[in-house]
Unconditional design. Structure first.
Length: 99
């Protein structure tokens, strides 16, 4: 199948909406801008995977997946920064606390 994919038109129509959506997930405007740019690149490169159905749904799904990849990285980075003995210290101290 040959899909006509006018990138400028798609970016104009969906860019701001996808940016708001990504920002609402990531709570970081710069990360959201990067995601949306990556979404359009991925969509353009993978237009053959598009089934010709709902373009909006396809773009939102790509955006969601890319945002979730960033959220997962953030969680990994956050928890990997916690020193190993901190968990053991917290557990030991919580046994001695009186509520």
């Amino acid at each position: 199948m040959n899909y006509e994919f006018e990138l400028d038109k798609v970016v104009s129509e969906y860019g701001e909406r996808l940016l708001r959506y990504a920002t609402s997930i990531l709570y970081n405007h710069q990360d959201a801008e990067d995601v949306v740019q990556d979404v359009f690149i991925s969509a353009y490169q993978n237009i053959g995977a598009f089934d010709g159905g709902n373009l909006s749904a396809w773009l939102y799904k790509i955006t969601y997946n890319k945002c979730m990849n960033i959220v997962k990285k953030r969680k990994f980075m956050f928890f990997s920064d916690i020193p190993e003995n901190t968990v053991a210290d917290c557990a030991a101290n919580s046994d001695n606390e009186v509520l």
